[in-house]
Design a protein around this ligand. Sequence first.
Ligand code: ADP
Length: 303
Amino acid sequence: MPSRFLAIGECMVEMAPTGDGTYAMGFAGDTLNTAWYARRCLPADWSVSYYTAVGNDQVSAQMLDFLQRSGIDTGAVRLMDERTVGLYLIQLKDGERSFAYWRSQSAARCLAADKGALDAALDGAGLVYFSGITLAILSAEDRVSFMNALRKARGGGSKIAFDPNLRPRLWEDLDTMRASVTEAAGLCDFVMPSFEDELAHFGDADPKASAERYLAAGAEMVVVKNGPEEVICASRGGTQKAFQPQPVTSIVDTTAAGDSFNAAFLAEYLTSGNLEAGVDAGARLAAKVIQHRGALVDCFETA
Ligand code: ADP
């Protein structure tokens, strides 16, 4: 049966240094990265779409054009006259990357303000994917609407997947971040955290503790990534498994390791139902992605 993978969040303009003092413009964002990889991993009978809000201006049109050229449907995206898309600049100092953001007024912050548009985007999705960043950029009121819309979609048969992607600076305070992320996890079929974040902001003793905490919150399945260490998968039924990713020695840039893992895991698990194959696909794609620079790595010819 044809199905649809829907990612929801913020896609931003990326300005990356070229080395000669100029910057190259691109588009990126955690949920967009996952949608981009999902399009490449899923079979052709799945469509991939992205839901966000953008401006009604030239740069927003370029972003939508980029998504469409990547095979991602943008038909439901909300257009707003009074806002535009957010932007970040990659800065290099002594070889270290840092990021400067202009996103506080981005259109994406209003993606859940129009409940009708959000419901229309969710309608009939086979898998809905979002992250802690999707939640963080919303107003408190819109977070409630967003989670209600997800509950409704799940009631209608959609599976829901969530990467907590904890970014304290995007949230009004840490307690709100922890409470919202925990509530969101409770309405999910797949919660896909990275242990480094969970250790830092929930103080979990180990990845199993993160998995157990999200299961206790109501998640059906938790997949905890941990860089080169074992991936822990735990299900509501009580099964818990650990999978060791293949070692990678030549790491160039770990941007989007988690985002690409999530896409390949979900694409495999949604189509085969095989957990081990899902983790293997996730780890193998992430291993390729971290051996190249940038978030969106076209490494599929050699797949
Ligand atoms: P995030 O980018 O969200 O922080 P992680 O660092 O936990 O995500 O990595 C996600 C996945 O990428 C891991 O589960 C693993 O499969 C792969 N990965 C990341 N770093 C390494 C590494 N150093 N060696 C091998 N695989 C890695």
